[in-house]
Design a protein around this ligand. Sequence first.
Ligand SMILES: [Zn+2]
Length: 280
Amino acid sequence: MALAKLSDLLEDAQKNRYSVGMFVMFNLEMLHGLISAAKETNSPIIIAYGEMAEEQTSIRHFSKTVLSMIEEAKVPIGLHWDHASSLEVAQLAVDSGFTSVMIDASAHPINKNIEITRSVVDLCKPLGITVEGELGCVGQGADYDPDDYHYTNPDEAKFFVEQTQIDALAVAIGNSHGVYPCKPKINFDVLEQIRSNVDVPLVLHGASGIPKEDIKKSIECGITKINIFTDICLEAMERIKKTVQKDKVSLEMIEEDVIQGVKAKTIEKIMLFGSNDRSK
Ligand SMILES: [Zn+2]
């Protein structure tokens, strides 16, 4: 048991009311840190990759290493493509052995979003690959304004899930990507309305920087996948900043900072999400 289907991971999380963490990585050090954290806590995790790293790593090659390390991990791990922008990118994920794909057509009007998302579902479903779609606009932290925010419409969410047949839905409930310029304001009323309108697992993007109590409440209200990127990077960077002030600095020391920083922060998130000791 190692490489896992996202739908299986989320089904167990939904049934037992915890959340599985999705962590973005784009190099071997981050990958080491994530897998060590999952093993140490006996937790399922989702390892994610996205287009921004494609130029540096070339996933057709890198995925062979990632998959081989996942196979030996002995805890269930999903390999997920985060924010694919088109059917072509989803195809690359499929060809590279990913077990799930998020198609993000949320910037389009709903009908176009449905059309693009449905095309990815038609590609992935027959292959047993899980598809996540997004409705509403999670956006970027730098532009974050809780008073001018495009929430997921709970009625549209029901229609969107029915029309696309997606397996998981990313929601916009006051969350945003990257570093928040002010305290994030999660709208639990919107989340609860979406939860009562759709059955599929719900996904919280931009969870770095959201207070712990709001994360816990989101899980109670039905979030079963939580995406983390910024927080693991910030932790690694903090350690690197301290290391470079030392007299003698080697590349190995920097690499170790990334591995240990990512590992420590991932363990912290796993404990918060309640996915520890859920590996079966
Ligand atoms: Zn995201």
